[in-house]
Write a protein that binds this ligand. Structure first.
Ligand SMILES: Cc1cc2nc3c(=O)[nH]c(=O)nc-3n(C[C@H](O)[C@H](O)[C@H](O)COP(=O)(O)O)c2cc1C
Length: 305
């Protein structure tokens, strides 16, 4: 069976790819193009291979200069990608008005704010029908580890869902603050009723303060590495254990009436961590008042008297 060009193109639309700008030359002799056909060839020696259409305006300059900046774009660099794909009508050195450019050791154009820049010399080029493979020797690498890459898939720009170390660290801290909300309440209250009131107030404040961090975490939860998840879940278990203990003590003293303290604890923490939004968003109530309201609500629900 023969595959038509359209068929092939249709298939390739679904190969997700990182987006790079390949750039060469200096000053008003600079030229560049957006490319997804970029891959690692060998690590020893460090070589990249890029496939460039021989009809691309930058092609002769690449052949002549024998230097190339392989700039892997960050998510916020869509405009640079469009410009170097020719979408804005700018050509040659004019394209470099998009983005901030500098040089590294070879003198090829290096884009600021890219996820990674590979500063290369071109050591070989292999023509193949409409395209040529450029074999690039990497001379220098610059990495911005906190940036998310721009992707291209199914004819459009896309982003990578990734839980960054920074966000995970912030969320871990939010969970620890939640554990501290129970621990502090257990130490401060003289009776289970006082302890529960104090816990709900503390936990409401933690939820209000950490709501952006939690939201960001939930967006990326499916991409959190297993070992980070284990640590986070251990802290959550500790939180559940302490809260269940508080409720059990209240049942034993006759202050609370709940059938299953563990389940009641989960229901209370779940309710507090979502309900506070209703009270606090759009400035309905100040944080202290939200905390009061939540505490009255919870005590009304569990009170045995
Ligand atoms: C997402 C995307 C990926 C591309 N990948 C490549 C590529 O790998 N190789 C290539 O030669 N052209 C690629 N192109 C096309 C060039 O960017 C485009 O043809 C070129 O910049 C415009 O040609 P000009 O420089 O002659 O105006 C890609 C375009 C887009 C939008």
């Amino acid at each position: 069976m023969s595959v038509t060009t359209d068929n092939y193109r249709l298939g390739m639309r679904h190969l997700p790819a990182a987006v790079s700008v390949l750039a060469t030359g200096r000053g008003d002799q600079r030229a560049g193009l957006t490319a997804t056909a970029v891959m690692s060839l060998t690590a020893e020696p460090p070589r990249i291979v890029c496939a460039v259409n021989q009809s691309a305006s930058a092609y002769p300059a690449l052949l002549e200069n024998r230097t190339i900046g392989v700039n892997v774009l960050a998510g916020e660099q869509e405009e640079v990608a469009s410009c170097f794909a020719g979408a804005t009508g700018l050509r040659g050195a004019e394209r470099f008005t998009a983005g901030d450019w500098r040089e590294m050791s070879t003198g090829a154009p290096i884009l600021d704010g890219a996820v990674v820049n590979f500063d290369c010399t071109i050591v070989d080029h292999l023509p193949f029908d409409s395209h040529s493979l450029f074999i690039c020797a990497v001379q220098e690498v610059a990495v911005s580890p906190d940036r998310q890459p721009l992707l291209f898939v199914d004819g459009g720009w896309a982003g990578l869902m990734r839980a960054s170390e920074e966000h995970l660290g912030q969320y871990r801290q939010a969970v620890e603050e939640s554990v501290a909300a129970v621990t502090e309440a257990l130490a401060a209250g003289r009776s289970p009723t006082e302890q529960l009131r104090r816990f709900v107030e503390n936990f409401t404040h933690v939820n209000i303060a950490q709501s952006d961090v939690t939201r960001e975490y939930l967006r990326h939860e499916a991409y959190v590495p297993q070992e980070a998840m284990v640590a986070i879940n251990a802290a959550k278990d500790e939180f559940d254990r302490q809260l269940a203990g508080l409720l059990r003590a209240g049942v034993e003293s006759g202050e609370f009436e709940v059938r299953d303290p563990r389940l009641a604890g989960l229901a209370i923490s779940g309710m507090v961590s979502w309900m506070y939004r209703w009270y606090s968003e759009q400035g309905r109530l100040a944080p202290d008042d939200v905390a009061q309201e939540m505490a009255d609500l919870v005590l009304g629900m569990v009170s045995g008297r």
